[in-house]
Design a protein around this ligand. Structure first.
Ligand code: GLP
Length: 253
């Protein structure tokens, strides 16, 4: 008998009534994964989108429902020129929103150092650290309005592994809040996990909320694979989900 091909599977989209509901559900999902595997290796994003997620995780931890004592984390990206201790760095952002409030062991928190003297060496060190941790189990992502993931910006070609990258003006503008609203103060370069680093995670959940993300979400779910929309490469992964609120789902078929 001729087997019919398996039905085409689109990226799984989970829709929520609000950004807050999506964040709470994702916090619950992370806590369940942690309960199943206390040594969970998490990949984490920065930005406005994950703030309610981190708030929900901190609340669950305070209620005794989230134990991070054996977990590890790897952040996606960092600005070149900023040490993790710099108040404007993504490292400081993570400290403020999550790390200072949960029981992660400092030696299991992994950040890219944007002040490293040898930036290429820093990227290689990061890849080795991810491999030594056994790879990323659950990678949480946000997405830029232009479809960037981490700091993998739209381009003619993408870089596979952790690398130094030039930021687009649009992305620098989107990050200006961290720099007192001054575009000129936003670094021009950044360090970022590459698309292969990200796609090697065992499971990926991309969180997108708000109308400004609708175009990127529609492109990544229903559009072609293109480096012009780096998030579209997530279609190559078997265990990826996009969690959206109503506004971010507005452009979906
Ligand atoms: C930044 C980060 C990304 C993040 C994106 C969206 O540039 N490098 O990792 O996902 O922008 O940020 P926001 O959630 O604030 O829209």
């Amino acid at each position: 008998m001729i087997q019919t091909a398996a039905p085409f599977e689109r990226i799984r989209v989970r829709r929520f009534a609000s950004a807050e509901a999506a964040a709470r559900a994702l916090a619950g999902c992370i806590v369940r994964e942690l309960a199943g595997d206390p040594r969970l290796v998490l990949g984490l994003p920065t930005g406005r989108t994950p703030v309610p997620l981190y708030r929900a995780l901190v609340a669950l931890h305070r209620r005794g429902r989230a134990d991070f004592s054996r977990a590890s984390t790897f952040n996606l990206d960092e600005f070149v020129g900023l040490a993790p201790s710099d108040a404007r760095s993504y490292g400081a952002f993570m400290q403020q929103h999550l790390f200072a409030h949960v029981n992660l062991r400092p030696d299991r928190i992994h950040l890219l150092n944007g002040r490293a003297r040898d930036l290429e060496g820093e990227c290689r060190r990061y890849e080795r650290a991810i491999a030594a941790a056994g790879g990323i189990d659950l990678q949480i992502l946000g997405v830029g309005e232009n479809g960037h993931i981490g700091f993998n910006e739209p381009a003619a070609a993408l870089v596979a592994r952790t690398h130094v990258t030039r930021l687009t003006t649009a992305t620098r503008r989107a990050n200006a809040d961290l720099f007192g609203g001054r575009l000129r103060a936003v670094p021009r370069d950044a360090l970022s996990m590459g698309m292969a680093t990200i796609l090697h995670a065992r499971r990926i959940v991309l969180l997108a909320t708000g109308r400004a993300k609708a175009h990127a979400v529609a492109g990544m779910v229903d559009g072609p694979l293109t480096p012009r929309l780096p998030a579209s490469l997530l279609q190559l992964h078997r265990h990826v989900e996009v969690w959206v609120d109503r506004a971010a789902a507005a452009g979906l078929r």
